[in-house]
Design a protein around this ligand. Structure first.
Ligand code: NAD
Length: 240
């Protein structure tokens, strides 16, 4: 299972690409910035206050969002299978808040900040990190504890996701444009699996999947989980 920003659109959260994307962030002069320019070590070094003000707005939006029927369906699906892993590119923690436990957050969790020098970690308040707290007492700077463009994924998370993809029978690819690497390569690593894409639009890996449901996550996933549960009457699924 690989999920991306489209998974949370029906929770009211914008994506980076596609029809429901964020307004591009702007620098002081008003020039629109590409996400890669801001969400990167170079962007942070250039203007940490700008980076934090953009993240603080996202942190507040994520804190106010609730898991949707798609997140809940995936939490129920996990209870049906002994071997189940949900690898997500999302940083909004909505999978965990919906009850998913076997989750690998490939790009981190935006509820935390960490010091770029000493590694000290702290939970961020729901309205974000105040500008005066950016400088850490060790002399480093607090940054969002997420993976930025150009950075490596957390090694353990990436190894778990790769191993699951390589041994999977079925892989669902939900709500991702599949343009961000290495996460998108999980689709091709799952060589022997039957791959199903759930996305109203074609992603970059649409040509490599076995089946595609051109629907939203919150529509398609509850239906899939209901069908799976019917085939497994003893499954520990919670019905609404
Ligand atoms: P993306 O923004 O590149 O692509 C979003 C995809 O979702 C598009 O293909 C779009 O067609 C699809 N989509 C839109 N509405 C949908 C719906 N209702 N149901 C299913 N699919 C829908 O997102 P990405 O591929 O995850 O990669 C971008 C990066 O953006 C990731 O690194 C991620 O960390 C970050 N991001 C995360 C969040 C979040 O945590 N909620 C939000 C924005 C961006």
């Amino acid at each position: 299972m690989l999920t991306g920003a489209g998974m949370s659109v029906e929770s009211g959260l914008p994506t980076f690409r596609g029809a429901n994307a964020f307004e591009p962030p702007r620098e002081g002069s008003g020039r629109p910035l590409r996400f890669e320019e801001l969400a990167s070590p170079q962007g942070f070094a250039r203007d940490p206050a700008l980076v934090w003000s953009w993240y603080n707005a996202r942190i507040a939006a994520y804190a106010g969002a609730r898991p949707n029927a798609g997140h809940e369906a995936l939490a129920q699906m996990e209870a049906l299978y002994e071997h189940f892993l949900l690898a997500t590119q999302n940083v909004d923690s909505l999978h965990r808040r919906a009850g998913s436990r076997n989750v690998v957050e490939l790009h981190g969790d935006l509820r935390e900040a960490r010091c770029s020098k000493c590694g000290h970690r702290t939970v961020i308040a729901q309205n974000g990190l105040p500008v005066e707290e950016i400088e850490h007492r060790c002399g480093g700077r607090m940054r969002p504890n997420v993976v930025w463009f150009g950075e490596m994924l957390p090694a353990q998370a990436w190894e778990r996701a790769q191993a699951a993809a390589a041994s999977a029978d079925v892989v669902l690819v939900v709500g991702t444009s599949a343009q961000v690497y290495p996460a998108a390569s999980l689709v091709t690593l799952s060589g022997r699996a039957y791959v199903i894409e759930i996305n109203p639009d074609e992603s970059a890996v649409a040509g490599a999947v076995d089946a595609a449901l051109r629907e939203s996550a919150a529509h398609a996933l509850p239906r899939i989980v209901r069908s799976l549960a019917v085939g497994r009457p003893n499954a520990r699924i919670r019905w609404h």
